[in-house]
Design a protein around this ligand. Structure first.
Ligand SMILES: *Cc1c(COP(=O)(O)O)cnc(C)c1O
Length: 448
């Protein structure tokens, strides 16, 4: 069972080679399950269909039924635009069977991942002693950081009221609600200012309104997913310090914006963070799935997260850096390696330029929208998200237009909404997305 023929190996490499050579890749689109049942049928059997047949089925039926998130016209949600170097290295990680949970087993890989973490620490201005781990995504990153924060609060005074709570803005990501549910803690939603930002004043107000709970963390978002709004990190961080409360920065999408010269200043104050996250699979041009989770004082996280078990003690007592100890995970793929290889290959300057290009394109897209009487820019883009409306359009109009755009294989732009009003949203993280791509999409909105 462990052997495949050299032919199958070559066929798989050939598939990968072809997919990597597409520029752009086919956008493709989903199919209904019933249709896939008809086209693909039952694929698992006692005897197997053979690698060649399975690969053909994937190439001809399954792959075209999945959207390519790296297509330049994929502008919904947060797309993914991995560099070729990072995709290639993902193949090597898969081929190498590296266990990324412990230093004992994965020293070389963990060293390389930590080089990337150290680079993020330098960019954000945390102390050199900061450290962390690459986890599956921002959801697990936020949860792991908040678990460490609560652990710290428990060790330092403990809970005096009946409930733990953390503060975040009403614009914060849904994963924080999930974290609160999983941890059985409350959320205090603080108001945002006219720019949509969480401010120091709003946090102070939220604190004074929450005397009946114990606040163990204050969460700022640096790049909301809806709009790319960066909270006032400096103010919020100061208030957290003054009140001796853990300061977490959720930069899953937007913290990469610290690399762009034109947006770097928005992130002043991130250096005050006790923990932060940023997803390389969002805006650091790495493949799914990777979130860098960084702690100012990793020792707190280690005490909060280390799993103990008879068969594990040889690892936990070693004194070595074991990535598993810093989040809610044990077995882990060294998922920071594709980013490490790409960074080592291209250098940091190329990343600064790519992020800057995306921000610049967002500003140009906003300008195109402003020039049209029938469109309305909902707010100025702060990073690389552009939100706008077509005057007089209802949800059904947006839906119809979006479906046609995908059907014609031009772009994938699903309607979004804010405050109950439907709108359109471009999230730009792909350096191959150009102003022509944007213009083509906008031109397909009838100017009635
Ligand atoms: C995407 C996102 C998350 C969740 O990250 P996943 O990698 O999708 O789990 C959390 N916070 C923000 C601000 C995000 O944009």
């Amino acid at each position: 069972m462990h052997e495949v023929t050299g032919d199958l190996r070559e066929a798989v490499f050939e598939y990968a080679r072809t997919r990597l050579s597409y520029s752009p890749p086919p956008l493709d689109s989903p199919k209904a399950e019933a249709e896939l049942q008809t086209l693909a049928g039952q694929t698992i059997s006692e005897s197997g269909m053979g690698g060649s047949a399975a690969l053909t089925l994937f190439g001809e039926v399954l792959a075209p039924s999945t959207i390519s998130t790296d297509h330049p016209g994929y502008l919904s949600f947060i797309p993914s635009a991995p560099t070729e170097a990072s995709k290639l290295f993902d193949l090597i990680v898969s081929a190498s069977a590296i266990y990324g949970g412990s230093w004992m087993e994965g020293a070389g890989a963990v060293y390389a991942e930590n080089q990337v973490i150290e680079w993020l620490v330098r960019e954000t201005g945390l102390p050199k002693s900061a450290g962390g781990v690459f986890v599956q995504g921002g959801t697990i990153g936020n949860l792991s950081a908040l678990v460490a924060a609560r652990f710290y609060a428990e060790k330092n005074g403990g809970r005096k009221s009946s409930r733990w709570a953390f503060i975040c803005s009403s614009e914060a990501h849904s994963s924080l609600k999930n974290a609160a549910r999983v941890m059985d803690v409350d959320i205090i939603a603080a108001k945002v200012n006219a720019e949509g930002q969480l401010t120091g004043e709003a946090v102070e107000q939220a604190l004074s309104n929450s005397k009946d709970v114990d606040v163990f963390a204050i969460v700022a978002t640096s790049g909301t997913t809806n709009f790319g709004i960066v909270d006032r990190l400096d103010e919020v961080g100061q208030v957290a310090k003054q009140n001796q409360i853990w300061f977490h920065v959720d930069g899953a999408y937007g913290l990469a914006g610290i690399l762009a010269p034109s947006t770097r200043k928005l992130f002043a104050g991130v250096e005050l963070a006790d923990s932060f996250i940023v997803d390389p699979h969002k805006w650091l041009f790495a493949p799914f799935d990777a979130c860098a989770l960084v702690y100012r004082n990793p020792e707190i996280a280690r005490l909060a997260h280390t799993q103990h078990g008879e068969y594990l003690e040889t690892l936990t007592e070693s004194g070595e850096w074991n990535p598993s100890d810093y989040a809610i995970n044990l077995t882990r793929r060294p998922r920071g390696l594709p980013l490490w290889f790409s960074l080592a290959t291209h250098g940091v300057a190329a990343y600064r330029e790519a992020v800057e290009t995306n921000c610049q394109l967002a500003r140009e897209a906003a300008e195109l929208i402003r020039q049209r009487d029938d469109l309305e820019l909902v707010r100025e883009p702060m990073l690389s998200v552009v939100v706008f409306k077509k005057k007089n359009w209802k949800q059904a109009d947006y839906d119809r237009w979006s479906a046609k755009l995908l059907e014609d294989q031009i772009a994938f732009v699903v309607p979004s909404s804010h405050a109950g009003e439907p709108n359109l949203r471009f999230a730009i993280v792909n350096p191959t997305t150009t102003i022509e791509t944007i213009r083509e999409i906008l031109d397909r909105i009838d100017r009635d």
